[in-house]
Design a protein around this ligand. Structure first.
Ligand code: GLC
Ligand code: CA
Length: 559
């Protein structure tokens, strides 16, 4: 949970509440040896860059040994580094390089499932003594899965294993069998591994799909239709609080680290049960409410309408609904989400303005902001011309199923939706420069580089007078200076959409965040005479809030 920083304003200051986290997807960040795959040495080359940006914590996506069915989220060995990423010695160098610059390192913790190539699964599939119940096995007719549960990646959540002659559960890919947390030996092994990483000096964990750990005995059929069937049984399952509390007590309760739980289908009330004083020792959560906003009637492979008031409603619910001691993880992007400017902004005419408006909102809310690699330069979605260009298992698999079932006749029919939604948009290589392959690699990149790298890249953003990068830099500084931005209470102001305005108050200090979430000029409808402008994405703004906000204009004032 972490130590408290000296209390200066009558609040309990906590480092991870004040931190800005930067997420690295190592495969796509920087390749150091020309094999087309990003690696740990590549990250080390960029530590100085991270320091210049001013972030406090790095969340590193999985670098553990893995056959990469799901790019490292299928772990074969928790205690060694994937060959493509480097070695344990490289990892130690990275940790030291980050710590030298006062940047903390948070590792990804994937313990809902392992790879089917993990030693535990190999033993379990052979029914080896002591390992029989490490996973969820059900015997029965090889043509009839034990129940109707579905995988998050599409298709049934069960596969039949010929060796064991039984079905095993996988809520994700068939190469990601779910661990059986009902088995105390599994839990003990996991805790030992977690503690081992903590002893290695890391500063916390991002916990992958952590509210899926508990599955009910008997594996009852799902009754509720939807994505995916069975979720009322395995999301926040019957023993989830017990498991998380035990994990906490056995491991990170003893360290000054931060934890953030990725939680699917999470509402505010349930979040409060996990977090804060009466929670399970978890510091903050990622919820998904604002990422479902643009799903169509047919779900995620359908594009739906959204409005600014939908966002206001969701953010306000979370900002006001979390208990005093609960804490939120704020994000627009991560390795599973498309690029936010292409999604909720305008990646053509107003790329700068809309990216910075969205950033102002992210940093204006109460919680810890997470910035995903490339977000700080306003990277956009790419065009995946063919299914061959798509790498993500969670894009390929659903499309293969649609093709098989005749829902679509060709990839071209779904290409627009892929170009809108696929996880691969986050995974195109980081755009460092206008050089070959965006300066990501000297070799052939494992996934296509976005064509716009000659225009959108770190080098040009940093050398420009005005750029998304500099704006992020400013917001990061601002958040460091302004405790009200971290701890202040949130109050929504009643102004007509598409203007979104709210205040943040801490004691006598009051900040105003005001955004025009549209490509048209809008009246702010606020009659605030004098305030001090702290940040804004247009130049030449007065200290008073003029009536008209320009397209995607965003400002933060001290009132
Ligand atoms: C989480 C990860 C995602 C992964 C899945 C299975 O949602 O963020 O990338 O595919 O869990 O581990
Ligand atoms: Ca490499």
């Amino acid at each position: 949970m972490g130590s408290e920083i000296e209390d200066t304003a009558g609040i309990d200051r906590t480092w991870w509440k004040e931190a800005v986290v930067y997420q690295i997807y190592p495969r796509s960040f920087k390749d150091s040896n020309g094999d087309g795959v990003g690696d740990i040495s590549g990250i080390i080359e960029k530590v100085e860059y991270l320091d210049a940006l001013g972030i406090d914590v790095v969340w590193l996506c999985p670098v553990y040994d893995s056959p990469n069915a799901d790019n490292g989220y299928d772990i074969r060995d928790y205690r060694s580094i994937m060959d493509e990423m480097g070695t344990m010695a490289d990892w130690e160098r990275l940790l030291a390089a980050l710590h030298d610059r006062d940047i903390r390192l948070v590792m990804d913790l994937v313990v809902n499932h392992t790879s089917d190539e993990h030693e535990w699964f190999r033993k379990s599939r052979r029914g080896e003594d002591g390992y029989e119940d490490y996973y969820h096995w059900v015997e029965g007719d090889p043509d009839q899965p034990p129940n109707n549960w579905e995988s998050y990646f599409g298709g049934p959540a069960w596969s039949y294993d010929e060796t064991r002659e039984a079905w095993y559960l996988h809520l994700f890919d068939e190469k990601q069998p779910d661990l059986n947390w009902r088995n105390p030996d599994v839990r003990a092994d996991v805790y030992e591994m977690v503690d081992w990483w903590l002893q290695n000096g890391i500063d916390g964990f991002r916990m992958d799909v952590i509210n899926l750990l508990s599955k009910p005995e008997g594996y009852p059929d799902g009754e509720i239709e939807g994505y995916p069937t069975g979720r009322e049984h395995f999301v926040n399952g019957p023993r989830i609080h017990e498991y998380l509390r035990e994990l906490y007590e056995e491991t990170y309760a003893n360290y000054d680290v931060m934890t953030v739980g990725e939680m699917v289908d999470l509402d505010v009330e349930t979040a409060n049960a996990y977090l804060g004083e009466d929670g399970d020792g978890l510091d903050m959560v990622f919820h998904f409410d604002h990422t479902f906003i643009d799903f169509g009637p047919d779900g995620r492979w359908d594009i739906g309408e959204w409005s600014v008031s939908d966002f206001e409603e969701i953010f306000t619910e979370w900002q006001t609904g979390l208990d005093e001691t609960s804490w939120d993880g704020l994000y627009w992007e991560n390795h599973d989400q498309p690029r936010v400017v292409s999604r909720f902004g305008d990646d053509e005419q107003y790329r700068y303005e809309s990216t910075t408006m969205l950033a102002t909102l992210l940093f204006g809310l109460r919680g810890t902001p997470y910035v995903y690699q490339g977000q700080e330069i306003g990277m956009t979605n790419a065009d995946f011309e063919s299914l061959e260009a798509v790498r993500d298992v969670d894009t390929r698999r659903p499309i293969e199923i649609m093709l098989e079932e005749g829902e679509i006749d060709s990839y071209q029919q779904i290409r627009d939706v892929v170009n809108y939604r696929s996880r691969d948009h986050a995974r195109t290589p980081m755009q460092w420069s206008d050089g070959e392959n965006a300066g990501f690699t000297d070799g052939d990149p494992w996934i296509k580089v976005n064509d716009n790298y000659t225009e959108i890249n770190v080098e040009s953003a940093r050398s420009a007078d005005r750029s998304v990068w500099w704006y992020y830099r400013e917001l990061i500084d601002l958040r460091e200076d302004e405790q009200t931005l971290v701890y202040g209470e949130y109050d929504l102001l009643d102004v007509p959409d598409p203007v979104y305005a709210f205040t943040r108050t801490l004691g006598d200090d009051e900040l105003l965040v005001v955004l025009n979430w549209s490509d048209q000029e809008q009246s702010s409808s606020l009659s605030i005479e004098d305030g001090t402008l702290l940040v804004g994405n247009y130049s030449g703004i007065e200290t008073t809030l003029s009536e008209t906000l320009r397209p995607y204009e965003a400002r933060i004032y001290r009132l």
